[in-house]
Design a binder for this molecule. Structure first.
Ligand code: BGC
Length: 740
């Protein structure tokens, strides 16, 4: 009897198991049939229109800003969709719109696409919702990626992705040009803060969680959006540090460092990819058929579509000069594997590509492949079923719950890098001088992609949110706070204060306008700290910035330093909470904070780099971050001392809170491959986990390293695990093992 019931359960379980994959396969098959059918009915013009993306500026009558309401030009939209068959639009003109205005825009676009065209294919609208929905007023705006990486909390990244997707859908927009999966290994680069920092594993994990958060398991759900991993590949490491300039990346580095986060996002079903605006090894990426077609589409099996970056196909002719004419540029890009062109101002791409197809210079198979991919994404994201914005989503926008999650995020991203003699936390009875250029602005906490592209329109920010100054005033009372907006006043008031909080760093910027020639912190800010130190009062520095500005000269002048980077809309309160001990900081640097403007070295450098006495030590290394409590690590154990190449390596370590207050600690596992046929990094992060410990509490943390953690690309640029000696390091403990 028992056996029969057991058998029945097994049978049911097996049939359920069988049913699931079949259902998925069937759905994909149905989609493919639908795509085939659509393709067979479409003209060349209709197909090429699907591959064309136009900006909002081109279909508007008037920009929107604080004084004028943005107005769309219906006649131009109609022409774009009915005459040029445009399949996608992007962006805003000037600044964020209300959700209602977004609904009007998208409704108009879909009405025309669905009622006034033969093919009735819904349009896909895309925006840069980089740390929340940049371009919808009142959105929940999270810490930027560089800060999220400091949290070492992938769950937070997933939640931020999920909430951003909901708020995008509440705005009627189903496609996000995010996450940024290039690695921040060149701090001068003005888009450094859009990255998850310098590490391959950290970027891979955070990117994976973002994609899962936004796309979910069932892409058709009305609160999910399609992600766009970008910028493929190597955009983040231009040799001269300036935006959109050449990178030189050998194949081994492409494979070991830059490809893994993209590969993982593909495995998670990321639906679109945007291409690096610059060039690698002399080849503009928009024309690189090796990276686009051979690696991404064929090797990694990417099923979605590839979109160009802004104007970058035309730039193959106008800027890069690899194409003698605009027409050749279009042919080059499309033949390299480009599926959609962010043209974005005119119909040149459309016209030239139609000509190229008619002349037989671009085969129809390539067009069908591109359009098939675009239709696939439109179906996956549910546009064929639900093309219109849904007003019932309005009440899911910027809820109290979302703000609370944003507060949790802001609380976890702040990194305390120096705290001499426990200067922090400050007493709430102290008289505090708050100063520095970043003390009383919301824009500096958010950076670019906030309400506007540059994020610097302070007057458009939601003033119910607190700047650092306002948050400190709210916490300890206005009477206890002296605010000095300039150096002269600050120096005059220093004598009246018990402690000085100087908020330094950068003003907001985005992309090329953020180019700088010198990573050193602005000399006026350095001078401010020098002058304040003359008062003999303890100084706390709060660094609010998109990239780590070199501050070596003033590190010794200050007792405590909090690296906040870009903590988002709740950042002011979160900073005050840390300053006055209402929150225990738990961030860890996701990059090596440089000590000098030259000789920047990431933490995973090569042995030769410390062989010489002149080895360039950073100011603070990757992974550095202090707490108001102390943690003691012990009993680092491996499950074996000899492993085969396919074994998983099980690691455990005990962590105890030996201080007086509760605290979160990110436990990080580093691996060193002691000898290799190509030089190996001195160490590499391979796993991490964040735990909460009460005072006196001890936990054992377990990790499992897959054999892939040992792999790298060898002399022949092939992936290999080499037998030999390895070492695992967690905090100040290490254990060696061998692989046979
Ligand atoms: C940026 C992209 C962005 C696009 C659309 C480009 O200038 O490089 O990251 O997605 O504009 O706004």
């Amino acid at each position: 009897m028992k056996g029969t019931i057991f058998g029945l359960i097994l049978l049911l379980a097996l049939s359920a198991y069988k049913f699931m994959p079949e259902k998925t396969v069937l759905k994909e098959e149905v989609m493919q049939d639908k795509i085939e059918k659509l393709l067979s009915e479409m003209t060349v013009e209709e197909k090429v229109g699907q591959m064309t993306q136009i900006t909002m500026q081109s279909i508007s009558k008037q920009p929107g800003n604080l004084d004028t309401v943005h107005m769309i030009d219906t006649a131009v939209v109609r022409e774009a969709i009915t005459k040029y068959h445009i399949g996608s639009f992007l962006n805003v003109w000037q600044m964020a719109y209300s959700k209602e205005h977004w609904h009007d825009i998208i409704n108009l676009i879909q009405d025309i696409a669905l009622n006034e065209t033969k093919v009735k294919i819904p349009v896909i609208y895309g925006i840069d919702a980089i740390h929340g929905v940049t371009y919808t007023l009142g959105a929940t705006l999270f810490p930027q990626a560089i800060s999220m990486a400091a949290s070492r909390n992938p769950e937070l990244v997933k939640k931020a992705g999920e909430i951003t997707a909901i708020e995008m859908r509440a705005s009627g927009i189903p496609w996000n040009f995010n996450p940024v999966l290039g690695m921040g290994r060149e701090p001068l680069w003005p888009r450094f803060w859009e990255t998850f920092g310098e590490d391959v594993h950290l970027t891979t994990v955070m990117g994976r969680n973002y994609v899962i958060g936004q796309q979910g398991d069932n892409m058709g759900d009305p609160d999910r959006v399609a992600t766009c991993m970008k910028h493929y590949l190597g955009y983040s490491v231009p040799k001269n540090g300036q935006d959109r300039t050449p990178a030189w990346i050998p194949e081994r580095m492409v494979r070991d460092i830059f490809l893994p986060p993209f590969e993982e996002a593909v495995n998670q079903g990321c639906l679109t990819v945007m291409v690096n605006s610059g060039e690698i090894n002399g080849i503009p990426t928009h024309s690189d058929s090796y990276l686009l077609t051979e690696v991404l589409k064929k090797e990694l099996g990417f099923k979605g579509f590839i979109v160009s970056d802004w104007e970058d196909i035309e730039r193959l002719h106008t800027r890069d000069m690899v194409a003698a004419t605009p027409k050749e540029a279009v042919k080059m890009a499309v033949m390299a594997g480009m599926d959609m062109s962010m043209v974005p101002f005119d119909y040149s791409f459309y016209e030239l590509l139609v000509e190229l197809v008619k002349d037989g210079e671009v085969p129809m198979e390539r067009i069908d492949d591109a359009v098939g991919r675009i239709l696939y994404v439109k179906m996956k994201v549910g546009l064929f079923d639900n093309p219109y914005p849904d007003e019932s989503m309005f009440n899911k926008f910027a809820t109290k719950e979302f703000t609370n999650i944003n507060k949790e995020a802001a609380a976890e991203v702040l990194t305390l890098v120096k705290n001499e003699n426990d200067l922090l936390p400050l007493s709430k009875d102290a008289k505090v001088l708050v100063t520095g250029p970043n003390a009383n602005k919301l824009s500096v906490l958010n950076g670019g992609w906030t309400i506007t592209w540059q994020g610097d329109m302070e007057e458009a920010y939601p003033h119910e949110k607190n700047t650092v100054l306002e948050a400190v005033q709210a916490k300890i009372g206005t009477d206890n706070v002296i605010y000095a907006a300039n150096t002269e006043d600050a120096v005059k008031s220093a004598g009246d204060a018990d402690v000085i909080v100087a908020c330094l760093g950068e003003a907001p910027y985005c992309e090329t306008p953020g180019n700088i020639n010198n990573l050193a912190l602005d000399s006026k800010q350095i001078e401010l700290v020098h002058k304040l130190s003359g008062s003999g009062k303890p100084i706390v520095l709060v660094m609010i910035q998109g990239r780590p500005r070199v501050m070596n000269e003033i590190v010794d002048k200050s007792g405590a330093i909090l690296v906040a980077m870009l903590p988002g809309m709740e950042g002011g309160d979160a900073i005050a909470d840390v300053l006055f001990g209402d929150n225990n900081p738990s961030g860890k640097l996701p990059f090596s904070y440089p000590k000098y403007v030259n000789g920047y070295t990431t933490y995973d450098y090569k042995p030769i780099e410390e062989f010489d006495v002149n080895y360039v030590t950073p100011q603070w290394t990757f992974g550095h971050g202090l707490s108001y409590t102390t943690f003691k690590y012990s009993d680092l154990k491996l499950d074996k001392s000899d492993y085969s190449k396919t074994d998983e390596i099980k690691v455990s370590v005990k962590v105890k809170n030996t201080g007086k207050r509760a605290g979160k600690e990110a436990v990080e596992v580093y691996l060193t491959d002691l000898f290799g046929t190509v030089t190996r990094p001195v160490k590499q992060l391979k796993a991490f986990d964040k735990i909460l410990l009460k005072p006196g509490e001890e936990k054992t943390v377990y990790f499992s390293l897959k054999s892939d953690a040992l792999a790298f690309y060898g002399r022949d640029n092939k992936k290999v695990i080499e037998p030999g000696e390895f070492k695992v390091t967690v905090s100040n403990l290490s254990q060696s093992f061998t692989v046979n």
